[in-house]
Ligand binder design. Structure first.
Ligand code: G3D
Length: 194
């Protein structure tokens, strides 16, 4: 009887947990995006002043609940020396968000190289990918077609995996709520295989 009731309780209340990595070069806006997300999705969460956030050194973690899913975000530092740590987290991840600074044309090829190296990892082969062209609030920033052109070499490596490129502003919150679609995709992934 206890087993039956605890099973029923878990079925009704327990949330499926998914780990989502937030990657990208330093200064791309990863931490701002995570704070914006926590503020939007967590009741009573008193976020930091978004304009006071400084670049990630190490790791930031955040959890939000979306419907029956609990998304645990891991925002990893993007400095060159920290990028070598990214792959330690790949095997645990169910979703991937790659943040690009659309205002930083100079570092676009650096960002593309980091992205290409990341998606070449076998551990990420079936993981859905959300690419955020961030800082779209800044006039004259690169558009999504510009960024797709800069990243065109990567198309074959993206292959058939689920991938969406989304213009957004982590600072203003515009277009930062695409988890609903992606949560559906995380559900499709057989957790037992990861
Ligand atoms: P990181 O975690 O990827 O290293 P941060 O990046 O979130 O620390 O952001 C780096 C800088 O970019 C911060 O500015 C932050 O305010 C700014 N930023 C992040 N997202 C946006 C955005 O959507 N629009 C604009 N205009 N700026 C953004 P500072 O000045 O603190 O370095």
């Amino acid at each position: 009887m206890y087993t039956l009731l605890s099973g029923l309780y878990k079925y009704v209340f327990q949330k499926d947990e998914y780990c989502v990595l937030i990657l990208g070069l330093d200064n791309a806006g990863k931490t701002t995006f995570l704070e914006q997300t926590k503020t939007k999705f967590s009741k009573n969460y008193k976020g930091m002043n978004l304009s006071k956030i400084t670049t990630t050194v190490g790791l930031n973690i955040g959890t939000i609940d979306v419907g029956k899913a609990r998304l645990m975000f891991w925002d990893l530092g993007g400095q060159e020396e920290l990028q070598s740590l990214w792959d330690k987290y790949y095997a645990e991840s169910h979703g991937l968000i790659y943040v690009i600074d659309s205002t930083d044309e100079e570092r676009m090829s650096e960002s593309k190289e980091a992205f290409e190296k990341m998606i070449s990892s076998e551990a990420l082969e079936s993981v859905p990918l959300l690419v955020l062209a961030n800082k779209q609030d800044v006039p004259n920033c690169l558009s999504v077609p510009d960024i797709k052109t800069a990243f065109s070499d990567c198309a074959s490596k993206i292959g058939k995996r689920d991938c969406l490129v989304q213009p957004c502003s982590a600072l203003t919150g515009i277009n930062t709520q695409n988890y609903f679609k992606y949560t559906q995709n995380y559900r499709k992934i057989n957790k037992a295989t990861r």
